[in-house]
Design a protein around this ligand. Structure first.
Ligand SMILES: O=c1[nH]cnc2c1ncn2[C@H]1C[C@H](O)[C@@H](CO)O1
Ligand SMILES: [Zn+2]
Length: 409
């Protein structure tokens, strides 16, 4: 982009229509509330806190997840996992997930879940993976029929408090190129360092496979350091606490740019902001950060959107991406996450494109397929929105100019 590019702060409708790429979304954190109620009836699960009313159930999930503690947040998943114990339930929820993401303008998604949490009624690990894959393919078909295009890949998660990581890593490898694109570990961070699962990570590295690790969410720099330097993670699930290794003079913490507009890098260049060794490594090596702003507010990793580190990380040109984490527990969607960021940091369509291209570059599918998504879907989609803005939108004021550079990631 040139310095002539007008600032195009998108409307809610444009945010929804803009092509988006999602790297961090949990299948068991994104069920439709009405589906949970139906599945509970069908499968005889009697533990739902609001068994009769989808709106009340939706509110219950959001409020319960709002505790400020990751451990309490994670307790809500006992209800979603309870209704995801049959082949049909898993396939249905996966199909609805793909449909919902596509309707929200997501064109590429990596959706994760822990197969080991879906074995209570006798399914095997393989049956779980096949049911979910089948559901994703069905959801992609339904989305296409509705005029939306999406590609969904699965990430298999191992729970960090359990001891099945190697087994799940082997499963991910077995289903590679068959709908599974990588591996993850999740669950409570405190007391369960990622190094407990070194055998799984070493196995995946030997197999040239990809993995991300939930790190730097509830726990700080040591967890990020271990995930990268001991385990060899390709990406960081959250990684938001990398902010602890970035030293900012008082008053400069907000993501709003000063001289350079919302996307300016002036503070970084002027030397006011100092990066420690780990933060430098993460930025210089282009380690993707799967940032999930609303989820972070709920678990206490950040105190407001304005103070969320994503503003600074974007300004400093970290490989930052925007994600939902758990759409049900956070009452969110990709559009909602971007809506908060656009209103808070005055992000433009160029900024949205930057985050989206960052995510696509960091995806676990092959390079040529990533490139095709960027060049054939994402860039044309943003170009179309920007052209509409220039030629049709009733711009209230003459355009300002912006220096946001989409080519830098
Ligand atoms: O944000 C999270 N941090 C750690 N673990 C999480 C988070 N969101 C969901 N999980 C857990 C709960 C789910 O049951 C599991 C697999 O999707 O992953
Ligand atoms: Zn997560």
């Amino acid at each position: 982009m040139t310095s002539e590019t007008p600032i195009t702060i998108p409307t809610t409708e444009q945010i929804r229509r803009a092509p988006k790429a999602l790297l961090h979304d949990h299948l068991d954190g994104g069920l439709r509330p009405a589906t949970i109620i139906e599945l509970a009836r069908e499968t005889g699960y009697e533990g739902l806190p609001e068994p009769d009313d989808a709106d009340r159930l939706e509110t219950w999930f959001r409020e319960s997840a709002d505790s400020g503690s990751l451990e309490r947040y994670l307790e809500t998943f006992s209800h979603t996992c309870a209704v995801l114990q049959t082949r049909d339930a898993l396939a249905r929820v996966a199909a609805e997930c793909a449909e919902d993401l596509a309707a929200d303008g997501v064109v590429y998604a990596e959706v994760r879940y822990a197969p080991e949490q879906h074995l209570e009624k006798g399914l095997t690990l393989e049956q779980v993976v096949e049911a979910v894959n089948e559901g994703f393919r069905e959801g992609e078909r339904r989305a296409r029929a509705a005029g939306n295009r999406i590609r969904v890949g699965a990430l298999l998660t191992a729970m960090r408090h359990a001891a099945r990581a190697l087994e799940i890593a082997e499963l991910a490898n077995r289903y590679r190129d068959l709908g599974v694109v990588g591996f993850d570990i999740a669950g409570a961070e405190a007391g369960y360092p990622p190094t407990r699962h070194l055998d799984a990570f070493e196995y995946l590295k030997r197999e040239n496979n990809h993995f991300t690790i939930h790190a730097g969410e509830a726990f700080g720099l040591p967890s990020i350091w271990q995930a990268l330097q001991w385990c060899g993670a390709d990406r960081l699930g959250h990684g938001v606490r990398i902010i602890d290794d970035i030293h900012v003079p008082d008053g400069a913490h907000s993501g709003e740019g000063d001289e350079g507009g919302p996307s300016g890098v002036s503070a970084a260049r002027s030397g006011e902001v100092k990066l420690g060794r780990l933060a430098s490594y993460v930025r210089d090596k282009r380690v993707p950060l799967e940032l999930c702003p609303t989820s972070n507010l709920q678990t206490g990793a950040a105190s407001s959107y304005a103070e969320h580190p994503i503003g600074l990380l974007r300004r400093l040109h970290f490989r930052a991406t925007v994600n939902t984490d758990n759409r049900l527990m956070s009452g969110t969607s990709m559009s909602t996450e971007f809506e908060h960021l656009v209103r808070t940091f005055r992000y433009t369509l160029d900024d949205m494109q930057w985050f989206t291209v960052n995510a696509m570059k960091s995806a676990f599918i092959p390079f040529d397929e990533r490139l095709a998504m960027i060049n054939e879907v994402i860039k044309p989609g943003y170009a179309e929105l920007k052209a509409e803005w220039l030629f049709h939108a009733a711009a209230p004021e003459p355009p300002l100019t912006s220096g946001s550079g989409e080519s830098q990631s």
